[in-house]
Write a protein that binds this ligand. Structure first.
Ligand code: AMP
Length: 631
């Protein structure tokens, strides 16, 4: 414990020394002149003046020593495909893709939108984009046309890269029609769409002049090599959209040098994966865990990464452990939801494989309940490491740092602040620090460490307002999570302070879902809350007021309206945002000033006491919620 406390203290007291040492883990084309420029708080510029490139550090710099080592192992149980790319082969693919992008006029600072299933070409596209100094924006393939359109209009990409289809549980999920629909909705459509045709959707249509076939381009540009564009450390590498309390997602902007340094160091200090060893992260490239720990960190570190398309229970619930055994995986990174799914299966599947190579199973993205953590530890016989972070941070904020100190873990706790993060727990009303075992808002004293978001794409003011001006007294970064710290210094994360919910580790804004439900012309008003779910952590539940109550007079009418609401959400946001239940009421509980009492609704939906409701306008609204839940 002492060595952790000392390392953390030093990371803040001698910030420059701490990060200078870690900056030596990557290559710099031009050395930086200053570790940190914090002359314009809360905007931090790390490794000022240093010039580097993410793709160079992820690929080129390993070629001399590790050219023949596997870099990317692709396994799809959906299409029964396995492909291994050595660092050399990955370099060829990425160079070729970079040549394709350059030929389409993509230049330094231009945006490239990637809307793809879990296929290697998605990784080639990301690395090719940063190679030429352009900025990628990967949009999760489960988002529907309207969500995609909003992100296109905000990022205004020059090129969009997609595929004909993805696969889920043996069924094809068509991507291209969604892209076509999104492009019809946008004000700023990209001029070119590159399509990786997997041969899944035979009926895929193409728009001549705009749509380009990847295989044709790949043949044309085979063998091309494209030099890296050296960026100043603070120049953006990518944008990743995340949900908040408004219906408008925020484009989290990441820098280049700080991200490369923080991620490379995290492989040593937190994830304990050495160059040459293998990491298996089960997320999707559309989420931050996928960006950081499927793609960038393992490659920056000279490790081997496994990219998996498929479910954890197909063809059988042993599939992940078979992969661990076959590839001698050292560290695995997954989500509590996935482990809860596996927990319902026959434990024999978990025990059937030799997982002796595995040292750690990292779990993040949502609260990790103790029974799930215990079950995973007992069945696998490996250490479970709960770690807490956000799209904004890009890498862990709270975690055991086993590469620094072997601190014991407590179930239910993601341990301690990671080195570089000055974490505080503050009283929401006074901004004062709270004592041991007291609930407070988890906040970070700026400057945020390297790797964290540098701003919101195109909106510096929103960055400052959203994150640094919500707690009283001073400018401090709010995570919008409640947490407490016990007397031994262990943190426990207690859930969001805002209206954001977490479904299977994916962050969704209740406002976004409400706006989608309200897009149905028959809905007057709606409240969406997150309700505890045994597998997914939380599920959205909607309470809607219809414009014409006569439509709900028969059971058939209710069923029809419910189905229409669900398909509206599917169409606008995607099935991941689909409410688990839709209830109809004639009145929603609000304060006298008209604010929805979401926390009271949520409490009732979870069978808890709704608490102090002196501000409620009409108590009958709560009775309606109670009745709706009973029916
Ligand atoms: P996202 O930005 O989608 O990764 O979601 C981040 C949010 O997920 C955080 O603000 C937390 O609410 C939640 N979260 C992430 N990791 C953990 C964890 N280990 N324990 C509890 N909540 C977590």
């Amino acid at each position: 414990m002492h060595s952790y406390v000392e390392a953390h203290r030093r990371s803040l007291a001698d910030r420059d020394g701490f990060w200078r040492e870690r900056a030596a883990l990557i290559d710099w084309q031009t050395p930086f002149s200053e570790v940190l420029d914090y002359s314009r708080p809360p905007f931090a510029r790390w490794f000022v003046g240093g010039r580097t490139n993410l793709c160079h550090n992820a690929i080129d710099r390993h070629l001399a020593e590790r050219g023949a080592q596997p870099a990317l192992v692709y396994i799809s149980t959906e299409t029964d495909t396995r492909r291994t790319y050595t660092y050399e082969e990955l370099a060829d693919e990425v160079n070729r893709f970079a040549a394709i992008l350059t030929a389409q006029g993509v230049d330094r600072g231009d945006r490239v939108l990637i809307y793809m299933p879990m296929i290697p070409e998605a990784v080639f596209a990301m690395l090719a984009t940063v190679r030429i100094g352009a900025i990628h924006s990967v949009v999760f393939g489960g988002f529907a046309a309207a969500s995609l359109a909003t992100r296109i209009d905000d990022a205004q990409p020059k090129v969009l890269i997609t595929a004909d289809a993805g696969m889920r549980a043996g069924k094809s999920v068509r991507y291209k029609p969604l892209v076509d629909e999104a492009l019809r909705l946008t004000v700023h459509p990209p001029s070119r769409v590159i399509i990786v045709n997997r041969g899944i959707d035979a009926a895929m249509s193409s728009t001549p002049g705009r749509d380009l076939d990847y295989a044709t381009l790949a043949a044309q540009y085979a063998g091309e090599s494209v030099p890296c564009v050296w960026l100043e450390s603070s120049e953006p590498s990518y944008i990743l959209y995340t949900s908040g309390t408004t219906g408008n997602p925020k484009g989290v902007q990441r820098d280049t040098g700080g991200y490369a340094v923080a991620l490379t160091a995290s492989m040593r200090d937190i994830f304990c994966v050495a160059p040459g060893e293998t990491m298996f992260t089960t997320s999707d490239i559309g989420w931050v865990v996928g960006h950081s720990y499927i793609v960038y960190a393992p490659l920056l570190n000279g490790s081997t990464t496994i990219m998996y398309e498929g479910l954890p229970i197909r063809p059988d619930p042993g599939v992940w452990w078979r992969i661990v055994a076959e590839h001698r995986v050292r560290t695995m990174f997954s989500s509590p939801t996935a482990i809860r799914v596996l927990k319902k299966q026959d434990p024999a599947f978990m025990k059937a494989h030799d997982v002796s190579s595995l040292r750690y199973l990292f779990l993040a993205g949502e609260p990790l309940d103790e029974p799930t953590a215990r079950w995973a530890a007992d069945s696998l016989g490996v250490a479970i490491v709960d770690n807490y972070w956000q799209t904004e941070s890009g890498w862990p904020i709270l975690s055991a740092q086993l590469g620094i100190a072997e601190t014991p873990r407590k179930f239910g706790s993601p341990s301690f602040p990671v080195c570089g993060y000055d974490v505080r727990l503050l009283d929401e009303l006074t901004g004062e620090e709270v004592g041991a075992d007291r609930k407070g808002v988890l906040a970070i004293v700026p400057p945020l460490p390297p790797g964290c978001m540098t701003t919101i794409w195109g909106d510096d003011q929103r960055f400052v307002r959203t994150y640094f001006e919500t707690l009283p007294g001073r400018s401090i970064y709010s995570t919008f999570d409640w947490a407490l710290r016990d007397a031994d210094g262990y943190y426990f994360v207690l859930g969001r302070t805002d209206d954001v919910i977490n479904v299977a580790g994916h962050r969704l804004g209740t406002r976004e879902i409400e706006e989608a439900v309200q897009a149905h012309p028959g809905i007057a008003e709606v409240a969406v809350v997150g309700v505890a779910d045994a597998i997914k952590g939380q599920l959205p539940m909607a309470f809607a007021v219809v414009k014409d109550p006569s439509l709900l007079e028969t059971a058939e009418g209710i069923g029809r309206m419910r189905a229409e609401v669900l398909s509206t959400v599917d169409r606008l946001l995607g099935a991941i945002a689909r409410p688990g239940a839709v209830h109809f009421v004639t009145l929603l509980p609000k304060t006298r000033s008209g604010k929805l009492l979401r926390r009271a609704i949520q409490a009732l939906a979870e069978g808890r006491d709704p608490g102090d409701l002196t501000t409620i306008e009409d108590p009958a609204a709560l009775e309606q919620i109670r009745d709706a839940l009973k029916s």
